[in-house]
Design a protein around this ligand. Structure first.
Ligand code: HEC
Length: 217
């Protein structure tokens, strides 16, 4: 009996030692799984996973850059504040052989990411203006969202249409200007003004998925 219990004791001690060893080795591996590199602007330091590439790496670097520059990322801030809809997911373009043989060359994940981010940026700029009496240069401190939260009741899909208050067929931009002139009392915009283009982009983005129905009242 005594012998058996001694053997059991030795086994127990060996098992514990093995556990400690495994824990130490795992901890070592975990440390080695990360590396310190420079952030997007090349000046800061970021700790990222050693295996990270592409999107994952870019996001990790961006996240660190944002932590270092808490006020700089107005795109993300605006997205959080105003629940922006994401642009269309074009990932279907990469399925099967579809990524090959396009007129403008082959598309890859980076192209799709670039398209989405640039499009989103354009829309976010519109959101900023839409939500700011100052950017609209309102003389009465009014912004669009006060009457059209999340661009509700703007119906971009119904243009062109005959607008009775203007007495003619108009485009979305004409109604944007109508509201700038009237309730907002802001700066009337030229059709190609950067602010007008951004406002149009935001309003249309918010109605993503709605069927076009021109002329509808
Ligand atoms: C004080 C409230 C108010 C504010 C602020 C306001 N609007 Fe409007 N807006 C209205 C009303 C009311 C209508 C409906 C006019 C109508 O169709 O008779 C309207 C209509 C519209 C339409 C056309 C909707 C449709 O059904 O065709 C668009 C587009 C629009 N507004 C955009 C904007 C934009 C962009 C801003 C900011 C620059 C803005 N509005 C600010 C009240 C407001």
């Amino acid at each position: 009996m005594r012998n058996i219990s001694t053997v059991a004791h030795v086994r127990f001690v060996l098992l514990c030692a093995a556990c400690v060893l495994v824990t130490v080795v795992l901890a070592g591996c975990r440390e080695g799984a990360e590396l310190t590199t420079t952030t997007c602007d090349g000046t800061g330091k970021a700790v990222v996973s050693r295996d990270a590439t592409g999107r994952e790496l870019a996001d990790a670097l961006m996240a660190q850059w944002q932590r270092d520059h808490p006020d700089a990322d107005w795109v993300a801030q605006e997205k959080e504040r105003h629940e922006l809809k994401p642009p269309f997911d074009n990932s279907v373009l990469l399925e099967g052989g579809q990524a090959e043989g396009h007129t403008y060359g082959q598309h890859d994940k980076r192209d799709l990411l670039l398209w989405a981010r640039e499009t989103e940026k354009f829309v976010v700029e519109g959101s900023r203006i839409f939500h700011s009496g100052d950017l609209l240069q309102s003389t009465v401190g009014v912004s669009c969202d006060m009457c059209h939260p999340h661009a509700s009741n703007t119906h971009p899909e119904s243009y062109p249409k005959f607008q009775t208050q203007l007495g003619r067929v108009v485009l979305l931009r004409d109604m944007i200007n109508w509201c700038i002139d009237n309730p907002v009392r802001g700066r009337h915009l030229n059709p190609d003004d950067a602010a007008m283009r951004a406002l149009e982009a935001y309003i249309m983005a918010q109605r993503s998925g709605t069927a076009m129905d021109y002329g509808k009242h």
